[in-house]
Ligand binder design. Structure first.
Ligand code: MLT
Length: 310
């Protein structure tokens, strides 16, 4: 059986599939015609976020039975179209939880102490101690929107540095929130009380633009906003205005409405905006976890008929 891997995948995942007897074809960044040729006789497809698994691509696959996403987000996979064709879609939501939560905490620290700006200044030959006055995180209120696996781990990390955590998540049971030491609040309350707001939801019609001009107006002056989840949860144009007039003191993004972000995106011109290129899950450990995870799931599916993941 042929498994096509069309985005970069840690070698441990490829080796596991090969040992299990699959023929693994690894080709990332293929031109469209080559991808359509390779998919034709593939029984399984493994992607990260690069390959767009569209209805058109699925239609070109004569034998495809499973699409595996090494990672959690399925934005790049047309799951309804796959389901209509009887193709199973799987992901590995747990594999990069720790890494993404750690990246979020890193962004919070970097933003509150202006580390990227201070690095650029120092490397530029300056010694601007007075310019880089930061804020302490101890005792500050972190508002987490979405307490899934990443939001939960971030809660632990934030408690570790003495932050107080309030959260909004309509799906989180109150006894679990209590065990985690999180005060559950409604979204309006969270926006009103948090010193730093971090979003950890998928991008859905309900979450698109939940941070916008109206909701920002209800936040504390000097609030900081982090998005290491999905581009579009925070309305970029409205955030730009709020960063410019300093109602929002700073923001940190790992994700954008359009990726790769365009050089002319106005947010990139602001000194109080820091960003990374969607590297929240980009550690050796997380990439090994998701690669091995998806390889095991695919092998189990073909050999034991067990379907795990989304
Ligand atoms: C994910 O959905 O797993 C993360 O955003 C990481 C990625 O897309 O590479």
């Amino acid at each position: 059986m042929k498994i096509l891997v069309s985005d970069s995948l840690s070698k441990q995942g490829v080796e596991l599939l090969e040992k299990a007897g699959f023929t693994v074809v690894v080709k990332s960044k293929m031109p469209k015609d080559e991808l359509f040729k390779e998919i034709k006789d593939a029984d399984g497809l493994i992607v990260r976020s690069g390959t767009k698994v569209t209805e058109e691509l699925l239609a070109a696959a004569d034998k495809l039975k499973v699409v595996g996403r090494a990672g959690s987000g399925l934005d790049n996979v047309d799951t309804p179209a796959a389901t209509r064709r009887g193709i199973v879609v799987m992901n590995t939501p747990g594999g990069n939880t720790v890494t993404t939560a750690e990246h979020t905490l890193s962004m919070i620290c970097a933003m509150s102490r202006r580390i990227p700006q201070a690095t650029a200044s120092t490397k530029g030959g300056k010694w601007e101690k007075d310019k880089f006055m930061g804020v302490e995180l101890y005792n500050k209120v972190l508002g987490i929107v979405g307490v899934g696996q990443i939001g939960s781990h971030l809660t632990k990390l934030a408690h570790g540095i003495g932050m107080r955590v309030i959260a909004y998540d309509p799906f989180l049971a109150s006894d679990r929130a209590e065990r985690m030491g999180v005060e559950m609040v409604d979204l309006h309350d969270l926006f009103r009380r948090a010193d730093i707001i971090s979003v950890h939801t998928p991008l859905t019609p309900e979450t698109k633009g939940i941070i916008n001009a109206q909701t920002i107006a209800t936040m504390k002056p000097g609030v900081m906003i982090v998005n290491c989840a999905r581009g579009g949860i925070v309305h970029e144009g409205d955030l730009f205005d709020a960063l410019k007039n300093k109602h929002v003191a700073a923001a940190a993004f790992d994700v954008f409405e359009e990726e790769p972000v365009k050089a002319e995106n106005p947010l990139l011109t602001l000194d109080n905006f820091i960003c990374t290129p969607h590297i929240g899950a980009q550690t050796t450990e997380a990439q090994e976890n998701v690669a091995v995870g998806i390889a095991e799931q695919i092998a189990d599916y073909f050999k034991k008929g067990i379907a795990r993941g989304a």
